[in-house]
Ligand binder design. Sequence first.
Ligand code: ZN
Length: 290
Amino acid sequence: MARRQSAPRLEFEAAAIYEYPEHLRPSLEALPSLPGVYTFHGDSDTLPLYIGKSINLRSRILSHLRTPDEAAMLRQSRRISWVRTAGEVGALLLEAKLIKEQQPLFNKRLRRNRQLCSLLLNGAQPQVVYAKEIDFAHQPGLYGLFANRRAALQALQTIADEHQLCYGLLGLEAVTRGRGCFRSALKRCAGACCGKESEEAHHQRLLAALAKLQLNCWPWHGPIAMKEDAVDMTEYHIIHNWLWLGSVTSLSAAEALRRLPAGFDHDGYKILCKPLLTGQAEIIDLTDPR
Ligand SMILES: [Zn+2]
């Protein structure tokens, strides 16, 4: 599509609209060049074909012609609908929620994950712990989010391989105390199991290797509102324990939302960590005054 990127925008628009399946062109007319979430609907009223988000609904939807898969999806589409959001964060939150609820045919499957787990480091050995058992929003010493126990152990093993850590000390395999593990003979373990390095040095290397995976505890006492502005609207995203509770256009409407129960949420964590922790967004603490 490089051919078109250099062409003036109106020319691109005209060409894109011309190439669009004719029955969908009426859906394009009122499309704003602003952030939001859009849905391609097929024959079914309940099962959408595709849900996406963009900071520019118009140009994103017009560019949905670029691959054979997208062309196939467009041919099955009967209409396009969209919801405006004030900004990118609101669009990401709404997109994740709608995809999870509606499971569109052409989106990658996102299912509620009941096996969500992490690695908890309290002592020398990381333990696999589950979000359904431990409050991931407040437990310190958690590293990584994994779809299941196998994925968590696989990640730990990869770290061990990259940093010559000992499978025995990490609890990944049984070793006889005082005897070097099999990998130490191959120099794949630096030898904390057989006195070639101290257990303390091994632990420090483990901590350093895990550091980039460390989960951030929810840093506020209660719910917060994150403000997001567009030229024509303002939204407050109400968030607690990394869970998005909903968005409102004025803080006075936040009261019902901020009282909802809020457990840790994987999608919310992924989407919100950066905007909330980098200090770029305006944040209003909604904790009850004590
Ligand atoms: Zn070893």
